[in-house]
Design a protein around this ligand. Structure first.
Ligand code: F0G
Length: 435
């Protein structure tokens, strides 16, 4: 049976062919997810097959997404529409300083910032763009806090499509904005926040026949499953106790949970790790939801505020999916303050690893979860760094020179500052300084 789009709402579960250009269930408005009819017998051969593909030079095999294509078989048997920039293949890096900062015996980062456009979005975008090509779409669009737009611009341009990106004016880092310009996207800076622009773009996509590539698009979520599949492959299928990740629109949380469920159902892993989702305190509606008694409504934050602009989102589009995945894994949702994120980011940097601010929410949140006894010091933890250190150099420079202000203008402490020093052109004085 070919793959289908299935409504995520348990009371609906309506099914649609993958050839339909829909993002929500036409019957009930619920989110859609891709359903693949897996061959469980064949799945027994996959681990070995995936390992062998690492030895070839075939473009699909050298992609850290398409190497696992049996779990992304969405296009009716062929992968000829795929454009790969060799996404994925991101390393597991050990961060001993970060581990002791969090109070853990050891800590491993899976660094998605090693992707072609510097963030985890590439894992999903290669899949979303393949579907756009398959559907014969010419124009693609997204609203973004910066990384989705950079990724969409690159992949759609590589595929010969026309990318149009919508970004909140003045609210994304220059690194990310520059990428979209460089990759040739028509770039519209809208005087509104992310959540407002998403509503706008959905109307425009419908009216103008443009394919929407936000994470509401189920094909993006499918591609992002590969982050977890690759992680397990790199760990020789040894499941960690915890996977920690930052949460904004909650697409990645949805993708990780779906990947874990499918790997478990196929017998490729023997248990589920717990998901720990960390939000920025000024943009933490999911954190609020998990703690409130009334479960009937998902709260929103009208004016989300955080310097971690990637996760400055007040009305996450994938709420229901993310909730399901966190509950299924017995996971948790935590939040981190601006100061906590800034210090954690400097510690990740001092490990020689580095990340953008949103990614550092993982370490900041972990430190709190260990202090609260939720995560034990001896547990096996993988934290996912979602974006590259060079995405937001302005933030770094301000932190290390003691000029980083929170969104309300209050000066943050630069406890781990590494100030650049201006010196005269004088060997003696420099030698004296260096001791
Ligand atoms: N980390 C980074 C670096 C991000 O760019 C994002 C999301 C997230 C974490 C949160 O992931 O939305 O799946 O929960 N960035 C989106 C964008 C919203 O437009 O680039 P999520």
């Amino acid at each position: 049976m070919p793959a289908a789009l299935v409504c995520f709402e348990p009371t609906c579960r309506a099914q649609y062919p993958t050839s339909e250009v829909i993002y929500n269930c036409p019957k009930c408005g619920g989110l859609l997810e891709a359903a693949i009819d897996y061959d469980k017998e064949d799945a027994k051969l996959w681990k070995d097959r995936w390992r062998k593909r690492r030895l070839t030079n075939d473009p699909l095999d050298t992609s850290g997404v398409w190497r696992y294509r049996e779990m992304l078989d969405l296009f009716g048997g062929g992968f000829e529409n795929v454009v790969t920039l060799r996404e994925g293949n991101t390393p597991l890096l050990s961060g001993p300083k970060a581990a002791s900062y969090a109070g853990l015996d050891r800590l491993v980062f899976k660094h998605q910032g090693f992707n072609p456009t510097g963030s985890f979005k590439d894992n999903g975008m290669t899949c979303g763009v393949a579907q756009a090509v398959k559907l014969g779409m010419k124009r693609v669009a997204c609203v973004s806090t910066g990384n989705t737009s950079a990724s969409m611009a690159a992949y759609s341009s590589a595929a010969g499509l026309d990318p149009i990106i919508f970004i909140p004016n003045g609210n994304i880092s220059f690194g990310k904005l520059s990428q979209a310009l460089d990759y040739g996207a028509k770039t519209l800076q809208v005087e509104a926040n992310f959540d407002q622009i998403l509503a706008l773009v959905r109307v425009l996509a419908e009216r103008l026949g443009i394919y929407l590539l936000n994470s509401i698009n189920p094909f993006r979520i499918e591609g992002q499953k590969s982050i977890v599949i690759e992680m397990m492959d790199q760990r020789d299928w040894k499941v960690p106790d915890w996977i920690v990740l930052p949460g904004g629109n909650l697409g990645n949380t949805s993708a990780f949970g779906k990947a874990l469920r499918e790997l478990f159902e196929l017998g490729l892993i023997d248990r589920l790790p717990k998901l720990a989702v960390i939000q920025a305190a000024g943009a933490s509606p999911f954190y609020d939801y998990i703690r409130q008694e009334d479960r009937s409504q998902f709260p929103t934050v009208e004016k989300p505020e955080t310097l971690a602009t990637a996760i400055k989102i007040g009305d996450p589009v994938s709420y229901p999916k993310a909730l399901h995945e966190v509950l299924t894994t017995g996971g948790v949702v935590e939040k981190a303050a601006e100061q906590e994120i800034a210090d954690a980011k400097a510690v990740i940097g001092a490990c020689g690893i580095g990340s953008e601010p949103a990614s550092a929410a993982t370490l900041a949140g972990l430190k709190k979860l260990v202090a609260a006894g939720t995560v034990r010091p001896d547990e096996d933890v993988v934290a996912v760094l979602t974006g590259n250190v060079l995405k937001d150099p302005d933030y770094i420079y301000k932190y290390h020179t003691g000029h980083l202000d929170d969104p309300h203008g209050a000066r943050l402490k630069s406890s781990f500052a590494n100030q650049p020093i201006v010196v005269p052109n004088d060997a003696d004085r420099i030698a004296a300084l260096l001791g």
